[in-house]
Ligand binder design. Sequence first.
Ligand code: GTP
Ligand code: MG
Length: 194
Amino acid sequence: METLKAEFRIGAVTPEQFPNTMYPEIAFTGRSNVGKSSMLNNLVNNKNLAKVSSTPGKTQQINFFLIEDRWMFADLPGFGYAKVSKKDREKWLHLNMEYLATREQLVLTCLLVDSRHDPMKTDLAMMEWLENNERQFVVILTKCDKISQNDVDERVEQIRGLLQHCEYAIDVIPYSSTKNIGRNNLLGLLRRSL
Ligand code: GTP
Ligand code: MG
């Protein structure tokens, strides 16, 4: 499997700390525990780049990574985890939205949604927000190794149906970080959009 050069740059807890770089940037967002950090590690083929945890809410800041000396990846804090205090949840949501609303370098947002369940309200709200704010996005259906191919296909069709009138939704990609499913597909898409 091809390895991408990847360097951690900074973990930002406020917008002032977002790095002042010129590279095109790709953001990874989605509910807590959906598999963002795992996917990032899988994409670059380095298990130790982003911290993976079975405890939701692990990533509490926006982590910026320089990839192949020419793109940035931004791992956003997961939203919507009930066991985190309301104040912290609001803080993270604010940081997420501040980033998505203002970041000029952002060229594509990967919205990760768990393939095993119907999309949750927060997932739908994020799709709607990205569309309304004219931010190009791709929906990644994570952990698809945990369900049958038939169920994966049905989930893809369901999400495609939801997004059929969205101008800014460019694709729906089933993904598994443990089985390397969707990796080539997503890497190809990223390379084309940069
Ligand atoms: P936060 O940082 O808390 O927002 O979580 P996250 O979205 O970064 O999720 P993370 O990558 O830390 O993964 C959460 C859990 O899901 C871990 O136990 C992972 O091992 C597991 N996981 C992630 N991706 C996959 C996958 O493709 N397949 C399977 N079976 N498990 C996965
Ligand atoms: Mg994470």
